[in-house]
Design a protein around this ligand. Structure first.
Ligand code: PNS
Length: 167
């Protein structure tokens, strides 16, 4: 019998440049709680440098991994996050929290998003211990210097990182 879900729609937003197995763990857990999950891939993040992968490739990396869930869609967006959430009828934004170092940034984002859309609740899933050190930027650094990233990102992502970054 499929697990009962009754949380409506949630958005899991991020730059996902590229998606890691830590992100996929959060998305999978959200798909167990919410009826429907929309993964929102920021087209061009404002606070970050140009992304390594374009939005369509970042979307494709995730879509391939979440196809099995049946209740997860992946879409690029280039609007305010709360507008994207509203467009999809989402009542929650779900994000992962790793260490205390994530807290300050997420607290600020939370306040901004709450100010604009008090009706949309942000919910934080604590990272699983095996992924609590994992970040897209750390993965890119390892890949750049030939480090072993197997088990940390999907195989296709690892292969593309090798193509793009190996020196
Ligand atoms: O750290 P990330 O994963 O790149 O975060 C991206 C995102 C959109 C979740 C974060 O920047 C956020 O919550 N922004 C709220 C303000 C907003 O809507 N900005 C426009 C999209 S960058």
């Amino acid at each position: 019998m499929p697990a009962e879900r009754n949380g409506g729609t949630a958005v899991c937003p991020g730059s996902y440049d590229p998606v890691t197995n830590g992100h996929l763990d959060i998305i999978g857990r959200a798909s167990n709680v919410f009826d429907h999950v929309v993964v929102g891939v920021v087209n061009q993040p404002v606070r970050k440098q140009k992304t390594l992968f374009d939005a369509s490739e970042r979307v494709a990396f995730i879509a391939e991994q979440v196809a099995e869930y049946g209740n997860v869609q992946v879409k690029p967006f280039d609007t305010l996050l709360v507008d994207f959430a509203r467009e999809h009828g989402a009542k929650a934004i779900v994000k992962g929290l790793r260490a205390i170092s994530d807290f300050e940034y997420e607290f600020e984002m939370n306040q901004l998003n709450r100010k604009m859309a008090p009706d949309i609740e942000s919910i934080y899933f604590m990272a699983a211990p095996e992924y609590s050190f994992l970040s897209s930027s750390g993965i890119k650094e390892l890949a750049m210097f030939g480090g072993d990233i197997s088990g940390l990102v999907p195989d296709r992502v690892a292969a593309r990182l090798q193509e793009e970054l190996k020196r």
